[in-house]
Design a protein around this ligand. Sequence first.
Ligand SMILES: Nc1nc(=O)c2c([nH]1)NC[C@@H]1CN(c3ccc(C(=O)N[C@@H](CCC(=O)O)C(=O)O)cc3)C=[N+]21
Length: 300
Amino acid sequence: MTARNIASIIDGKAFAAGLRARLAALVPDFVRATGRAPGLAVVLVGDDPASQVYVRSKHKATVEAGMLSFEHRLSADTTQQALLDLVATLNADDAVDGILVQLPLPAHIDDKAVLASIDPAKDVDGFHVVNAGKLAVGEEALVPCTPLGSLMLLQDALGDLSGLHAVVIGRSNIVGKPMAQLLLQQSCTVTIAHSRTRDLPAIVRLADIVVAAVGRPEMVRGDWIKPGATVIDVGINRVPGAEPGKTRLVGDCAYDECAAVAGAITPVPGGVGPMTIACLLRNTLVAASRRAGVNAPEGL
Ligand SMILES: Nc1nc(=O)c2c([nH]1)NC[C@@H]1CN(c3ccc(C(=O)N[C@@H](CCC(=O)O)C(=O)O)cc3)C=[N+]21
């Protein structure tokens, strides 16, 4: 009989709660230094139910951290110009340190134009080309929340990442590309795989670190994973549940199979998702500190 490996479960929910508590403890210092609390503006266009849930949890976490939350809900038929006007108002508002325009936007709005209109200093999503460029050349940037949270979990699980082979599956501007930049900055050997990659299972088998960010439910199978590898599952896929009409969340990795081979793995839910929100608050405090010219807290 072969011994069956049980991967350690990377508890993103607990790590995120710890990060949020550390942030909440730092906010009073910011308030003392500046006479105001850090402010985050979240803009939601339309009434996509999943987006509503995310925006609500962002609001709750922001208030719990002692920050100000400004919510702007616009109807699904809002014009691009009206959205650009709102962003311009938020750019000019000194009480607003962070601006997040919830994606996806309705099809009639050019999301590139909207993201480009956000002041890079308030771009707490890190989606603006200025922040993407700064990240790529190693300058101080606002770093996208999901990759940043994934890196924090990796460093907590593994310590120094130097020399490890990381395979990032997915090449989006929001997750795959910035994730690869962060891992490269940590001196990993980085492979970016994607839908056109030939023999993806063979590539993934080389990885000490697998980051799955493709948005295909349970695509990564257990026999793709090198024994002992660390698996970060970024996927949040809603699939039909056991009961009719109900859904459940699954990641991009077949969890049970991968957990039987990996050294450590993030669950879905309770892995990367909560880190995204905690890092949004982290970026808001960092942006607020830089804008106010006070010392940005170290080690967050
Ligand atoms: N401008 C912009 N920035 C974003 O950061 C952004 C966005 N648009 N659009 C949508 C995606 C998605 N996203 C998530 C955040 C938290 C969880 C999260 O906390 N998930 C929980 C479960 C939540 C549930 O049960 O549905 C978990 O994984 O444990 C998931 C997904 C941020 N996004």
